[in-house]
Design a protein around this ligand. Structure first.
Ligand code: SF4
Ligand code: SF4
Length: 95
């Protein structure tokens, strides 16, 4: 699961030099941010996570740029997952 993180451990790490590896983690939707329904996978109780494709990457990721296509409406957890944080460094894959 992609979890919230805010403490920066390595400020030299940036998303534009990463293969968006954290976008293969499960992203729970814990608040409404305007994510288009086509990118949401819902369970029988209405709870939602970001849909992922067969290779595991989030359905909202642009595969050419490896950038988020819904950046302004990305889930709260994605916005709080800071580059260079401990959790980021666990996933980070330079490209
Ligand atoms: S793993 Fe870290 S550097 Fe890579 S996209 Fe996610 S937050 Fe950015
Ligand atoms: S919504 Fe955007 S930032 Fe969040 S996992 Fe998907 S592509 Fe990555």
């Amino acid at each position: 699961m992609k979890i919230a993180a805010t403490i920066i451990e390595d400020s030299s790490v940036t998303c534009d030099r990463c293969r968006a590896s954290c976008c293969r983690l499960e992203v729970m939707l814990i608040s409404e941010t305007g994510v288009p329904e086509k990118y949401i996978q819902r369970d029988e109780w209405g709870g939602g996570v970001m849909a992922r494709l067969e290779d595991g990457w989030c359905a909202a990721l642009d595969r050419d740029t490896m950038l988020c296509t819904i950046y302004e409406n990305r889930p709260f957890i994605c916005g709080d997952f800071a580059a260079g944080s401990y959790e980021c460094l666990e996933e980070h894959e330079p490209r």
